[in-house]
Design a protein. Structure first.
Length: 484
């Protein structure tokens, strides 16, 4: 918790310096220092990667929605074929034509609905959204949108043809209503993605990084960059580029853009400063939320440790004794060595604690060869966590100590790495339950949390036995873990 809280304090200090800047060049320089801090600080880079992962998960939901809409569209397309076949049979039976003009302009649809591969014109398209341009224009129509629009057009033409020959239109009206609803769902989902992208910290950080590239001159190394959608239609960046661009053809081009009649508020204060402050706030708010949610996880585990050591220690001791007695009796009747399951008992106790605090908990989740004890919080918006429990003891015929803890750390890191690709997990918690007597060794860790690459490992020792007040603690360091 100390490391995470210290980083939150540092982030607050960095943001206050930018927020209090007076604008103009001072704001630009303060913004540049803030972005450089995020690029250079290891914890900040870790949270930025987490922001990227969160956005990628949100973007993936867009593709999942498109897949579900195409599944519904397939059913609607089959119904359109059936309606077309019914109309075709009626016309062949010389049904009376009530509106010759509508009939002549609509009868071609009977051939189109018989086409087996009606989706071919859009087969090479995808549902990928151009994120680089989402902040300057509406989302373009993707493969799914073209297909829904096509079936919607077919339904409307079938309705005109049915009206021209005087056929009952209830099934056609239902087809049209459902396709209209699918089209509204598609468009609303598109705009929701756009709004989420506009308000995401990762998009805001990208825009701030562009501003820094302009200030540092990197953006002028490639003149072709000026034609890309991130820059060209966005007036405030043009203003910023004019402040830093060298005298060249690019500067003339920028000045030409600013001279267009539709261009207004040609000043830094009116165009660029509010945008930069907005982006700064978005980045800061999302980074602070991620760090604070991690701190909330750590406080939760810390409260569990205090509960076990101060309030539940007697209950846990009796639970362990009953289990040991039951296992010992069964082993004696079978003439085998007792196999105690203390870790399972204590892990379930922690799982119930998480459940009572509103966490969705999965116990013994199998993932190939990886089987973490707990995977919690998958159903919530906060980041999920992986938990591994180990019991160290000098009682009940067991004598597990430092090496057993290090093996637990090694397993935990492997679980976190596996669950990161599947669920976005970056936090792993090792709960070391110490069951012992007054002479059993104590254990402690050199740091309250270890940052290893993009992951954070939080180890906690929970004493549920008698405390050894005489011998010094066995210290497990980060180096011990990494050497293993």
């Amino acid at each position: 918790m100390v490391i995470t809280q210290r980083w939150i304090d540092t982030l607050d200090q960095q943001y206050v310096l930018v927020e209090n800047s007076q604008g103009g060049p001072r704001l630009l320089l303060a913004m540049r220092r803030f972005v450089i801090f995020l690029d250079a600080d290891s914890q900040a880079r870790r949270y930025v990667r987490e922001m990227e992962h969160n956005w990628n998960q949100a973007h993936k939901k867009w593709f999942d929605c498109c897949h579900e809409m195409r599944r519904k569209l397939s059913d609607l397309e089959c119904r359109a074929r059936a309606i077309g076949a019914t109309l075709d049979a009626a016309i062949e039976n010389s049904i009376q034509v009530l509106d010759a003009n509508a009939f002549d302009s609509s009868k071609h649809i009977l051939i189109r609905v018989r086409e087996p591969e009606w989706y071919q014109p859009w087969a090479n398209l995808t549902d990928n959204l151009d994120l680089d341009s989402l902040h300057i224009e509406g989302p373009h129509q993707t493969q799914t949108g073209h297909m829904i629009s096509h079936v919607l057009s077919i339904g409307r033409t079938l309705a005109r043809l049915a009206q021209a020959v005087g056929m009952e239109q209830q099934s056609i009206s239902e087809l049209g209503a459902e396709t209209e609803g699918l089209w509204r769902q598609y468009r609303s989902t598109q705009w929701r993605v756009k709004n989420n992208w506009m308000s995401s910290g990762i998009h805001a950080l990208e825009q701030l990084q562009i501003a820094v590239r302009i200030m540092d001159g990197d953006i002028f190394v490639d003149p072709g960059y000026l034609t890309r959608p991130k820059i060209e239609p966005l007036l405030p960046w043009i203003i910023l580029m004019l402040m830093y661009v060298p005298d060249s053809q690019e500067k003339d081009q920028l000045e030409w853009w600013l001279q267009q009649p539709e261009t207004t508020n040609k000043s830094f204060e009116k165009d660029l400063e509010p945008l930069i402050r907005s982006y700064l706030h978005q980045v800061y708010a999302e980074l602070r939320f991620l760090a604070t949610s991690r701190l909330a996880h750590q406080h939760l585990v810390e409260r569990y440790k205090a509960r076990c050591e101060n309030y539940d220690w007697k209950y846990l001791a009796e639970l362990i004794q009953r289990h040991a007695k039951r296992v010992g009796k069964k082993a004696k009747s079978r003439q085998k060595q007792p196999r105690y399951e203390f870790e399972d008992l204590l892990t379930l106790h922690f799982a119930s604690y998480l459940h009572d605090n509103g966490y969705a908990v999965h116990y013994r989740l199998r993932g190939g060869v990886h089987e973490p004890d707990l995977l919690a919080n998958l159903a919530n918006e906060l980041e999920p966590i992986v938990v591994e429990a180990k019991v160290v003891s000098q009682t009940y015929g067991t004598a597990r100590g430092k090496q057993w803890i290090i093996e637990g750390l090694r397993s935990l890191l492997a679980y976190v790495e596996k669950c990161h690709s599947d669920y976005g997990v970056t936090n792993g918690y090792l709960l070391v339950f110490r069951m012992g007597s007054r002479t059993s060794p104590k254990f402690t860790f050199d740091q309250p949390e270890w940052v290893i690459g993009q992951f954070t490992i939080v180890p906690k020792v929970i004493n549920i036995g008698q405390i050894n007040k005489n011998s010094p603690s066995v210290v497990i360091t980060r180096e011990d873990f990494l050497q293993e």
